[in-house]
Design a binder for this molecule. Structure first.
Ligand SMILES: Nc1ncnc2c1ncn2[C@@H]1O[C@H](COP(=O)(O)OP(=O)(O)OP(=O)(O)O)[C@@H](O)[C@H]1O
Length: 251
């Protein structure tokens, strides 16, 4: 099902944002710090109600759906994970099954096992979440979201804390899956590699949207991020790849 943000505003933080994520596609939301990316995402995973506008999942109004029902369709990996209870990894991942039932059926067990394998945390099953490293914890929260078996995944800077191998594994998992994905990324090269389309926010408003090659240009990066970037073709994939120098380096 398509996910559609239709004229979303949140005070002056997000302004009249319209964005479509076609079913099974990955759209990356990028933009400078404070441009409203997390706020826009929070409207999709229901942590925030937009002041105006609607979030549609197919032809259903997500903002009007009961939370338990919307959680059967949409799972989120957020930056709001500071107060998770000190469960074991297996217990925390099992919470992802809550929208579907009591979490005790064979199907629930299978979904959790598959999610933990996908997120590479099966070996941590009996560890307590509070004793994990930042990256391990991030992968456990991903496993919880995957255990929800959502059609739509919403992720806020999911590569945060992850080492290179796990960054690539996570984005490959999204690419190779069939889910509809909206994610915030800071790394424009990861966005170029992983996303079908990229949407750029500045001061709460959408300033560009299109394929990575259409959007991630030297001009856009200069105008929106104030950074000089050279855009080259990735030698393997042919997609856009941005090169930067530090200020003061010879040019
Ligand atoms: N609950 C809130 N009350 C007041 N201001 C808020 C609130 N949440 C966010 N803001 C402000 O709205 C602006 C956008 O915040 P948001 O977190 O959406 O940006 P972002 O693009 O995700 O930023 P970053 O890249 O730094 O994570 C910021 O200036 C922030 O301080």
């Amino acid at each position: 099902m398509d996910l559609r943000l239709d004229g979303i505003s949140v005070g002056a933080i997000v302004r009249d944002l319209s964005l479509r994520v076609p079913a099974g596609r990955i759209v990356g939301l990028v933009g400078p710090n404070g441009s409203g990316k997390t706020t826009a995402l929070r409207c999709v995973y229901r942590a925030l109600r937009p002041t105006t506008g609607t979030v549609w999942l197919g032809d259903a109004d997500l903002t009007a759906m009961r939370p338990r029902r919307s959680a059967r369709h949409v799972a989120a990996l957020t930056q709001e994970s500071h107060d998770i209870p000190d469960f074991t990894v297996a217990e925390l991942v099992a919470l992802g099954r809550a929208p579907h039932g009591d979490g005790r059926s064979t199907k629930d067990g299978e979904a959790c096992a598959a999610a933990m394998a996908e997120a590479d945390v099966a070996h941590l099953a009996d560890r307590h979440v509070n004793g994990l490293s930042g990256g391990e914890r991030q992968r456990v929260l991903l496993a919880r979201a995957l255990a929800q078996e959502p059609e739509v995944l919403v992720l806020d800077e999911p590569t945060n804390h992850l080492d290179l191998r796990h960054q690539i594994a996570l984005l490959s998992l999204l690419r190779n899956g069939k889910r509809t994905v909206l994610l915030v990324l800071h790394d424009l090269n990861l966005a170029a590699a992983a996303c079908d389309r990229v949407a750029v926010l500045r001061d709460g408003a959408l300033v560009a949207s299109g394929t990575p090659a259409e959007v991630l240009t030297t001009e856009l990066v200069r105008e929106v991020f104030g950074v000089e970037a050279v855009v080259v073709a990735h030698p393997v994939t042919g997609g856009p790849h941005l090169l930067y120098s530090l200020e003061g380096d010879p040019s």
